[in-house]
Ligand binder design. Sequence first.
Ligand SMILES: CC(C)(COP(=O)(O)OP(=O)(O)OC[C@H]1O[C@@H](n2cnc3c(N)ncnc32)[C@H](O)[C@@H]1OP(=O)(O)O)[C@@H](O)C(=O)NCCC(=O)NCCS
Length: 155
Amino acid sequence: MKTPAPAPRPRPATPADLEALLALEKLCFEFNRMGRRSFRRLLERPSAHILVIDGADGTLAASAVLLSRQGTRGMRLYSLATHPDLRGRGLAKAMVAAALELVRATGHQWLSLEVHPENDAARALYERLGFHQTSVEEDYYADGSHAFRLRRYVG
Ligand SMILES: CC(C)(COP(=O)(O)OP(=O)(O)OC[C@H]1O[C@@H](n2cnc3c(N)ncnc32)[C@H](O)[C@@H]1OP(=O)(O)O)[C@@H](O)C(=O)NCCC(=O)NCCS
């Protein structure tokens, strides 16, 4: 039987979410996973925003990491993940909508990200949500693949 879908309500992560963030990361990414130290640092950094959607029993259904850098008008969606059992239910869509809202609320103008050319699910998601390609970054991923850099303006 399928687990009932949690309400897609993104909230800011707190240090108490650290273990659940690591568990979700392990389930969602084979390579280039963020480790404990990275998450801990990001949870404390004012220029980083981690959004999460709660799952059942203290787990997380989805997460998103956004980074801002002084002097740029955009924010970067550094990571986006939905629990494998809860995909296809609009959680990532809700997460990107919340990310775009944060971009707007913090006075930024766009959200950018990188995506692997073979990540069909993510590419379809971003295309559907109005992102467009701005560049190709060669030799970007651990497997030597290039990345498509995408951007979506808010406003
Ligand atoms: C990519 C990912 C975040 C999508 O999460 P999700 O919660 O399943 O996505 P949603 O249910 O919100 O889907 C929203 C839209 O994305 C597209 N989409 C999502 N998964 C898709 C798939 N497997 N195939 C085709 N399109 C897909 C669809 O357009 C969908 O809208 P629709 O259902 O109205 O047609 C999820 O597959 C994931 O965590 N993958 C592993 C980590 C990863 O690759 N992160 C992205 C790195 S750039």
